[in-house]
Write a protein that binds this ligand. Structure first.
Ligand code: FES
Ligand code: FE2
Length: 427
């Protein structure tokens, strides 16, 4: 449990909230590249850390991210015309380049000189791994941009889905680091099977265990923490354990254990105090991975079918997430289709900011406790002038810090395995 003051410290990101100020020291995902795919594309609304922004791509293909409200008299640039090298406000025709510089002022007299003096608020952006990234912190603290951990090379196969969620970022993130829930909430989609490792079939993830109460062990690291969820395997239970190691890197990155085809990576990005944006990537740097449509179909996150054009779910709290009680009687554990839909039903129904002072945590909540402890410690240290954790992590670190899953001898120590070590080496 957390006190109300600790809960605020963890969840609040708007304005001067310390967590939001700390988040500004990292490169943050702003939107998918597919949302601003073409030069002169339609502008896209982006709300990050309580700030309303607009993303677009100019005529030369340069991406931009600027404050949504025009600096003239605050009309929304979301409605603007994206044309001829900039975004033009509809109200009086002021036009801005991707760097925020005003390029034209239709409403002002020729030679007024005002245009050259107006620079709209615009944030630096980078493109990598299928996402547009931005840095919203002070210029003097801007870290060098690194390729994301899930996309070590431009050629890495990365398929991403995105969904807006109506609850704070920590509530969303706690779903991703909660290994125990997968054995109940996702049990229909993650059936037990006599397999050596997790196997993706296209319609389910098979796992070599029936054990619903994992033993949890965590280890704090300089980037966050790693933890092992240790279960009884179906085969060789006397001599072996089935171990799933999940890594958390500050501020909101989760490396979820892979299956036989792809790795899984989650980010729960704070939109504001009561909303977050989840991005879940299926990625592979070795094989073909999974293609985008197959990934979105499997997870129930297809645009136009499961989500509207703004990446909001069509099944949501207003229709009980499409829950089918008859399907539950016939064997579906939840009656809710799709991993994210199941997760989001649990997370949103807690309320936008769950009261964590009244929880009853158990042994299987170890990772939740670690996440809260480490991030509250980090933000308190940040308030005292310490740098945020995890800034130096690069894709080259993945083998040492990333997630993995396999059956290992009981005599082995999960802490000694690397994420990308050959599975055969585990015996
Ligand atoms: S409000 Fe945008 S040009 Fe006037
Ligand atoms: Fe889940």
């Amino acid at each position: 449990m957390l006190t109300a003051q600790e809960n605020d410290l963890l969840t609040r990101v708007e304005g001067d909230a310390p967590m939001g100020q700390m988040m500004r020291r990292y490169w943050l995902p702003a939107c998918l590249i597919e949302e601003i795919a073409e030069p002169d594309c339609d502008p896209v609304r982006v709300r990050l850390l309580g700030e309303d922004l607009v993303a677009f791509r100019d005529s030369d293909g340069n991406p931009g991210l600027m404050a949504e409200q025009c600096p003239h008299r605050k009309a929304s640039l979301f409605y603007g015309r994206n044309e001829e090298g900039g975004l033009r406000c509809l109200y009086h025709g002021w036009k801005f380049g991707v760097d925020g510089q005003c390029l034209d002022m239709a409403s002002e007299p020729q030679g007024s000189g005002l245009c050259a003096k107006v620079r709209h608020k615009a944030y630096p952006v980078r493109e990598a791994g299928g996402l547009l990234w931005t840095y919203m912190g002070p210029a003097e603290f801007m870290p060098e941009f690194q390729r994301p951990l899930f996309s070590p090379r431009a050629e890495t196969s990365v398929s991403i889905f995105k969904i807006f969620i109506h609850c704070n970022w920590a509530q969303g993130l706690e779903g991703g680091i909660d290994s125990a829930h997968s054995s109940s909430l996702h049990s229909t989609d993650m059936p037990a099977a006599r397999v050596a490792n997790a196997v993706a079939t296209g319609t389910s993830w098979q796992r070599p265990t029936t054990d619903k109460s994992p033993r949890m062990e965590a280890r704090e690291t300089d980037f966050g923490f790693r933890y092992a969820a240790i279960r009884r395997p179906i085969q060789n239970a006397e001599t072996h354990d089935y171990v799933r190691v999940t890594s958390f890197a500050a501020p909101f990155h989760i490396m979820i254990p892979p299956n036989n085809i792809y790795n899984v990576y989650q980010m729960s990005v704070p939109s504001d105090d009561e909303h977050n944006i989840i991005y879940i990537c299926a990625w592979s740097d070795a094989g073909a991975g999974v293609d985008l449509e197959a990934w979105r179909k499997f997870t129930g996150a297809q645009l136009g079918i499961d989500l509207d054009k703004t990446y909001r779910k069509l099944d949501n709290i207003s229709n009980r997430y499409g829950q089918d009680r008859q399907a539950m009687r016939l064997g579906s554990f939840t009656g809710i289709k799709g991993f994210p839909n199941q997760d989001i039903a649990m997370q949103e129904a807690m309320g936008p900011v769950a009261d964590r002072s009244h929880e009853r945590l158990g042994a299987s909540d170890l990772a939740i406790v670690e996440f809260r402890r480490i991030m509250i410690k980090a933000v308190r240290a940040f308030m005292e002038g310490a740098p945020p954790p995890g800034l130096g992590v690069t894709a080259a670190d993945y083998p040492a810090i990333g997630s993995w899953e396999r059956i290992i001898p009981k005599s082995a120590d999960w802490r000694t395995f690397d994420a990308l070590a050959p599975k055969a080496a585990a015996g």
